[in-house]
Design a protein around this ligand. Structure first.
Ligand SMILES: Nc1ncnc2c1ncn2[C@@H]1O[C@H](COP(=O)(O)OP(=O)(O)OP(=O)(O)O)[C@@H](O)[C@H]1O
Ligand SMILES: [Mg+2]
Length: 502
């Protein structure tokens, strides 16, 4: 219990508070008692300042020019009956006590120090309390009044009056043990304890959120990051109670922690997903390369075995088929590398102004031979080279190549492929449409995923890794552009995106 108090912030604050309370409480009590006693003594001394002088002037009897000690004793006795508060002493000029009214054993000092006496006689009105010896209590300092006794113009001795005599001391000590004093002290202590308790409750109330936050942070630490992000959700849910727009520091701390955690989690998920992607890529690479590699090896082996029996035409046919397979392998590997490169975060985009119609025309030119073979019409509408866009020309060439290549492969003989360009405010919208076989509706959401093979896919016994559209989407994302698709089975497919106008 004590150990846990010493470790938590609330516990340490509470302990510190209790300690300070006791310390300052006792200090205040001591100061109060001291000050009030001081004040009381000062008042007493001021009231009785001229007492000794008065007694010297009116009561002290002289015989043969010297004070009459016996008469003085009687006078002291009479005076002390009137006021038990005073004790009278006659002292000579060296401070030796020469006469008093008490049992001799009660007076324990034989002489008193003269320094306080001189200080008293020379003091101005403003001087504070001056304490002198009490002959009955050696070592105790008391309020006193003193007056010099002159003999032929010289100081012969002093009348020394201790104010607040032993009788008074006894009374005071009886007072200390009085019920009244104890009950008021009890009330004081009770009030102090209650206010301390209230303070501790308030403190606990203020530090409770901090404890809560600490527990939440510990829970997050214990849960750790896992590849399944759902595990984090209960912990994040608890952290949602902290408000970022609050003025409360603890709220801001909690909110910031939740945000930092979210960022961390996103990054972690990103790393995990890249790792998954890498594994997926590896499995696809081996799968995609198997077919063209088998074909390449098959043709080369056949050619090697039958070399002597083959006609020159057959021989060159085998070799060129093998070469096409090798080319496709090369293309596939290039595409895989391109996608991996685009998955990284350090792809540079070099923006420049160019005519979009001219670029499309160049791309269509590359496919004109293949299109002619299938009797497919390739066109740009409108053929307006004044429409300029601001984009990375090399990347856009890849985009159009991918889209047109797909369209050509999925469009039966006699169809057409059209690229439409339309400049609108700040943007140029672009459509690549074909009159091909269309994409099954259930496959549309997946065609932009890498390695997706739709049910309609035309692969012409070649290596198509299903990477073209994934690469296209990424290239357009680099231009802050999104691509959408609209398709109807056996009617045709249209891909749409927009580029910033220059
Ligand atoms: N114009 C289109 N008409 C019909 N289906 C299409 C069209 N374009 C894409 N598809 C479908 O979307 C799939 C994914 O296309 P994508 O370009 O990503 O891969 P691919 O062409 O099969 O392979 P790669 O482009 O890597 O050579 C295709 O396999 C095909 O099924
Ligand atoms: Mg493709």
């Amino acid at each position: 219990m004590i150990a846990s108090l010493r470790h938590s912030l609330a516990g340490r604050l509470s302990l510190a508070m209790v300690g300070l309370f006791i310390l300052f409480g006792s200090l205040a009590a001591w100061l109060l008692i001291h000050a009030s006693r001081n004040y009381e003594q000062e008042v007493t001394q001021r009231i009785h300042h001229d007492l000794a002088q008065h007694v010297v002037d009116h009561y002290l009897l002289y015989r043969d020019g010297k004070p009459d000690y016996e008469a003085a004793k009687t006078t002291f006795h009479d005076l002390m009956i009137l006021g038990a508060n005073f004790e009278f002493y006659l002292v000579n000029k060296h401070g030796n006590i020469v006469a008093f009214d008490a049992k001799p054993e009660e007076v324990q000092l034989q002489d008193i120090r003269l320094d306080p006496v001189n200080a008293f006689l020379q003091a101005s009105d403003e001087a504070g309390v001056i304490l002198g010896d009490d002959p009955k209590n050696p070592g105790r300092q008391k309020v006193f009044s003193v007056a010099p006794i002159y003999q032929m113009g010289e100081v012969y001795g002093y009348l020394y009056v201790v104010v607040g005599s032993q009788a008074r001391d006894a009374l005071e000590s009886r007072l200390w043990s009085s019920k009244m004093l104890y009950s008021s002290m009890g009330i004081l202590i009770l009030v102090a304890c209650l206010s301390l308790l209230a303070l501790l409750v308030v403190l606990r109330w203020f530090t409770r959120p901090l404890q809560q936050l600490t527990q939440q942070v510990q829970a997050v630490r214990d849960a750790g990051f896992d590849s399944s992000p759902e595990i984090q959700i209960p912990q994040l849910e608890a952290l949602r109670q902290w408000q970022g727009d609050s003025h409360n520091d603890i709220h801001i701390l909690g909110y910031t922690f939740a945000q930092a955690l979210q960022t961390l989690q996103q990054q972690y998920e990103h790393v995990v997903s890249i790792d998954d992607l890498r594994k997926e890529l590896l499995s696809h690479v081996s799968h995609d390369l198997r077919t063209p590699l088998a074909s390449l090896l098959g043709y080369l082996e056949t050619w090697e075995i039958q070399q002597s029996d083959l006609s020159p035409e057959k021989s060159s046919e085998y070799i060129s088929t093998a070469r096409r397979s090798a080319q496709k392998i090369a293309m596939l590997i290039e595409q895989l590398f391109e996608l991996a490169h685009l998955d990284g975060n350090n792809v540079q985009v070099q923006l420049e102004r160019f005519s979009i119609a001219e670029l499309v025309q160049d791309v269509l030119q590359k496919f004109s031979m293949a299109a002619e073979q299938k009797n497919i019409q390739l066109q740009v509408r409108p053929q307006d080279s004044s429409i300029l866009v601001r984009a990375d020309i090399e990347k856009m060439e890849r985009v159009f190549t991918n889209l047109v290549e797909n369209a050509l492969r999925h469009t039966p003989d006699g169809g057409s492929i059209t690229v439409r360009i339309e400049a609108s405010s700040g943007f140029v919208s672009i459509e690549v449409s074909d009159t091909g076989i269309g994409i099954p509706e259930q496959d549309i959401p997946y065609i932009f995923d890498a390695h997706f093979k739709a049910g309609n896919s035309v692969r012409e016994n070649t290596a198509h890794g299903g990477l073209g559209l994934a690469i296209t989407k990424k290239l357009l994302e680099l231009h802050a552009s999104a691509i959408s698709v609209h398709s109807q089975m056996h009617r045709g497919t249209t891909f749409r995106f927009a580029l910033p106008a220059a």
